[in-house]
Design a protein around this ligand. Structure first.
Ligand SMILES: Cc1cc2nc3c(=O)[nH]c(=O)nc-3n(C[C@H](O)[C@H](O)[C@H](O)COP(=O)(O)OP(=O)(O)OC[C@H]3O[C@@H](n4cnc5c(N)ncnc54)[C@H](O)[C@@H]3O)c2cc1C
Length: 378
């Protein structure tokens, strides 16, 4: 029932509204945003991503995954599902925070009053951040002094605070990394530039930290154990990340199935050609495989069983499969497929990032290989 409500909302409210918006936007006009938020609140669905212990609804991961597959079924859906009108979920890692930190950062984020960023990747590399992190934090009395920088950090220019991972010991691996909660108005915090990418909304940023003093009370978790916090939650986030890709693939395929039946070439509908039929068949297979893999990972997480390998598989299958689906649907639409009159060109650009963001495909394969061959594998 919830999934159907979300589906109806996306089709009746978001898709028609989107027709009048800039094709590259990731934001609604403020009055529309408020109107839709109120509608979502009336439906009792505001704050879907908030766990029950923080006042959110009691939804399991499988249901959340099915909902995420619906929310992305519109032009901006991959990176701005429903333009955020279902409320923010907060940075997953903050659920590990102590009570004072939750009061200062988590709860205001869940109420939609504050925004955070996740600062892990550095110019020295993002696939293996535990070894690549060069940003240093040195203890000085009650503070830590942080120097270094980050790259590809989404939304840091619009954020009130962020999680910054820095090296705090001589250990060159995951044992020497600490996670700090940093207010963006801290002296020494600089957004050096916006990094333009294939994404429509260009809000990846490069950050620089110059003698930035952060109180010891802002250490998230324990000193030198910050990487475990990042890692555990990254695995969990791969499930909704995969679901977003699947939703876009479902919508793209739906449009292609309709179009193939009405568009005629050489005196017959495209759908009568076997080469087109096979594209639609391959779409169906890619979508089904991704759905099964993602729901399997979600189900294991609900059962409290290990799901790291399954989440990596889901991310790999969904991001690669959905990329193929969008590409085929664009081909079926011919010239129209590459215009901004249709959503394919935006999905095509943004879907390319999904094979790199949240761990590139090769890193997912590395995680799966480690699971098969044992953690001694480097
Ligand atoms: C638009 C965008 C938004 C992002 N947002 C954030 C954010 O908010 N916060 C954040 O911390 N990071 C963010 N990232 C960073 C992202 O997570 C990294 O780009 C990603 O982890 C890869 O790191 P890298 O770019 O340094 O590539 P590298 O680590 O240099 O790897 C380069 C390539 O080598 C390949 N490779 C890597 N390891 C292996 C291996 N073991 N075997 C074979 N091949 C391998 C992969 O193809 C990889 O793409 C974002 C990136 C983009 C593009």
């Amino acid at each position: 029932m919830i999934v159907q409500m979300v589906r109806r909302f996306v089709r009746e409210e978001i898709v028609p509204l989107e027709l009048s918006l800039d094709p590259d936007t990731d934001q609604l006009p403020p009055d529309e945003s408020e109107r839709l938020k109120d509608m979502v609140k009336d439906m009792g669905l505001y704050g879907l991503g908030i766990p029950p212990e923080y006042g959110g609804p009691e939804l399991d991961m499988v249901t959340m995954t099915l909902i995420a597959m619906e929310m992305s079924q519109h032009r901006a859906g991959l990176y701005a599902p429903c333009y955020g009108v279902f409320g923010g979920a907060g940075l997953a890692q903050l659920f590990e925070a102590n009570e004072a930190q939750k009061e200062a950062y988590l709860y205001p984020t869940l109420r939609g009053e504050k925004r955070g960023f996740f600062g892990l990747t550095e110019p020295s590399g993002g696939s293996d951040p535990a070894r690549a992190i060069q940003t240093k934090a040195v203890r000085d009395g009650d503070d830590w002094v942080i120097n270094g920088g980050k790259i590809f950090i989404s939304g840091a220019d619009r954020a009130d605070y962020g999680l910054v991972f820095a090296r705090t010991s001589a250990d060159k691996g995951r044992g020497g990394v600490t996670c700090f909660i940093v207010d963006t108005n801290t002296p020494g915090f600089h957004v050096r530039r916006v990094v333009h990418t294939l994404r429509s909304a260009h809000y990846a940023t490069e950050l620089q930290f110059e003698d930035m003093r952060v109180p010891h009370g802002n250490v998230l978790g324990e000193v030198n154990k910050g990487f475990a916090i990042a890692n555990d939650r990254l695995s969990r986030q791969r499930i909704p990340y995969s679901a977003g890709c699947i939703g876009v693939a479902i919508k793209a395929n739906e449009l292609a199935v309709e179009y193939a039946q009405v568009r005629e070439t050489f005196g017959a509908p495209l759908a009568s050609r076997q080469s087109i039929q096979w594209m639609l068949v391959d779409n169906e297979i890619d979508i089904q495989q991704a759905r099964w893999a993602t729901l399997e990972a979600a189900n294991l997480s609900d059962l409290g069983e290990p799901f790291r390998k399954q989440a990596a598989m889901a991310k790999l299958i969904a991001s690669e499969g959905a990329s193929r689906v969008v590409d085929r649907c664009m081909q079926i639409h011919g010239g129209y497929g590459v215009t901004k009159d249709f959503p394919f060109e935006r999905w095509y650009r943004e879907m390319r990032i999904r094979r790199i963001g949240e761990g590139p495909s090769e890193v997912q394969r590395h995680i799966i290989a480690r699971d098969i061959l044992g953690s001694s594998l480097r």
